[in-house]
Design a protein around this ligand. Structure first.
Ligand code: GLN
Length: 539
């Protein structure tokens, strides 16, 4: 087993996760089995209880782990099959150490960051290696070198490398090489200082990934090589990509990053076969058609809040030879100004997951607009609950229909708390999470798209379609096309008389991959293209 540790310096949001994932892609395409994981130095046990403004999307794994959105990149860029083992936070580390302390496992010793906390971190790396196998583990360390809270992780990986011996560990350090306009120059000083900081901790990086807006010329590379104490081929340019994040592996391959890593780790492999990846990128960059799809949410201004949904739309677009222009619509704006202003001209409307009642009336208005005007609609989790509420109010005549999430004393609680959730008191990790099986109704849209009678999808919710209202909804034309195996929970609803009105209680966006678009996204984009006929790209 070989190990790659990816750290970051200078600033956050450098695209460290993307760079790590892209390296994963390249190593996988060279025939290696790659495991990816993230260490997050914050004290939360997981990001599940964090606000999207704090953290962006919470990415859910098969086993129900609520994890950092970088794990979404890992799963989209590689075939690595992740579990709760693959996202370790300081909160988990300290919880485990303190549990052991209370149980007397430290035999009366003083419990300290070194060695007890660092041992806990190293033990996790060994556990992943033992349980998951593979050829290479890529571990990304969240945060930036110099953060106080990140120190135990850096010390742990330093020790780990020492114990693993030379040739088994590669340290990759991602930094920023800013361009100063007034001087018309790229500046290497922040990178030099960041490497110096890492060295103080005892880690000498083997490879420097330089995030930059401009090409790194030879001078700049030589300077970083000299001060960073790495050979010049280990100074890697990671220039901003123009079109799509899926170009990053191709760019890193041009910089020979994968050759270099394999050499450092003594791995002999063939060159990667980038054919399928390249053709996917070509389809993303040069589509024949384009559609405009509105995503109506309440965290719309945040780039990261619906990350997997935006990616899934890109994958489905590429499969349909179509560019999906995403129009971000703030649900509260619809409440103020009505739907026309924001939704007219869209070829599809998607309502993503969410919590709490802010913006829900705007979303209900959007769902009604889609249903009445025949605009393709795709509801995900809360987006399905919204569709049910709208249908109950405006088709079934249940005026005050709503969810008990928004009104505990609802007159018509068409969405209500799941039975097993009623006794739940703790917030973290207590929703209906992870993979559950859904049976599909033959002849339905969902059945046609999945080509299967049974599917598994990832979930993250507490509320459900209230089956007391099932008959009334079905009588008015709603089809419950997917249910949990005993038929208790509605998992997919659709309107057979509509060009595409499909909504699901689970999160299909977590299972979409570049060359394997999710069937429901695929069908949605296709329906959107057919709405007014596909259009030629705007440019
Ligand atoms: N708030 C809703 C629930 O808990 C929907 C959750 C979601 O969209 N992820 O059921």
């Amino acid at each position: 087993m070989k190990y790659i540790f990816v750290t970051g310096g200078v600033v956050s949001s450098l695209g460290k996760g993307l760079a790590a994932s892209s390296l994963g892609t390249l190593l996988e395409l060279r025939g290696l089995r790659v495991i990816m994981q993230k260490f997050d130095p914050y004290l939360n046990i997981d990001p599940g209880t964090m606000n999207p403004y704090e953290h962006g999307e919470v990415y859910v794994l098969d086993d129900g782990a609520e994890t950092d959105l970088d794990l979404g990149h890992y799963e989209r860029f590689t075939h690595t099959n992740l579990s709760k083992l693959n996202n370790l936070t300081s909160g988990q580390v300290y919880q485990s150490v303190l549990d052991k302390e209370r149980a007397g496992k430290y035999k009366g010793r003083t419990v300290q960051v070194i060695p007890h906390v660092t041992n806990e971190i190293k033990a996790r790396i060994h556990e992943v290696a033992e349980k998951m196998g593979g050829d290479v583990i890529i571990t990304e360390i969240g945060g930036t070198v110099g953060d106080i809270e990140g120190l135990p992780f850096l010390e742990a990986i330093r020790q780990f490398a020492q114990e693993a011996g030379p040739g088994n560990v590669v340290f990759v350090h991602a930094t920023l090489v800013p361009y100063i306009k007034a001087a018309q120059e790229l500046k290497t000083k922040p990178t030099q200082q960041s490497i110096a900081k890492l060295r103080e901790i005892g880690i000498a990086p083997h490879i420097i990934l330089c995030r930059t807006e401009h090409p790194l010329d030879l001078d700049v590379r030589e300077k970083i090589s000299l001060f960073g104490n790495v050979p010049i081929e280990s100074v890697v340019e990671v220039r901003d990509v123009k079109n799509t994040i899926y170009e990053v592996p191709l760019k890193l391959h041009e910089e020979r990053l994968d050759d270099n890593v394999c050499r450092l780790l003594g791995l002999t492999t063939p060159q990667p076969d980038l054919g399928r990846w390249r053709s996917f990128v070509q389809r993303v960059i040069h589509p024949s058609h384009h559609v405009r799809i509105g995503v109506v949410g309440k965290y719309i201004e945040l780039q990261d809040a619906y990350k997997s949904i935006y990616e899934a739309l890109t994958h489905a677009g590429a499969a349909n030879d179509c560019k999906v222009d995403i129009v971000r619509v703030d649900a509260e704006s619809i409440e103020k100004a009505g739907p026309e202003l924001y939704l007219a001209g869209l070829q599809g409307i998607l309502i993503p997951g969410g919590f709490g009642d802010r913006g829900t009336e705007g979303k209900i208005t959007a769902a009604r607009y889609a249903r009445e005007k025949g605009v393709p609609y795709f509801g995900i989790c809360l987006g399905m609950q919204i569709a049910v509420i709208e249908f109950a109010r405006n088709v079934c005549g249940l005026k005050n229909a709503t969810s008990t999430e928004f009104d505990k004393a609802a007159e018509h609680p068409v969405i209500s708390l799941m039975e097993e959730q009623k006794k739940v008191r703790q917030l973290g990790g207590t929703m209906r999470l992870g993979t559950w099986v859904t049976d599909l109704v033959p002849g339905s849209k969902a059945f046609e798209l999945y080509h299967s009678a049974t599917i598994t999808e990832r979930h993250r919710h507490r509320f459900e379609f209230n089956s007391d209202y099932k008959e009334r909804m079905e009588d008015k034309g709603m089809l419950i096309s997917g249910t949990s195996p005993k038929g208790e929970l509605a998992e997919i609803i659709e309107l057979p008389d509509h060009p595409y009105f499909v909504a699901c209680q689970f999160h299909p966006e977590f299972l979409s991959k570049p060359n394997h678009p999710h069937p429901l996204f695929h069908g949605f984009v296709k329906a959107a293209m057919q709405r007014h006929g596909a259009q030629e790209p705007a440019c």
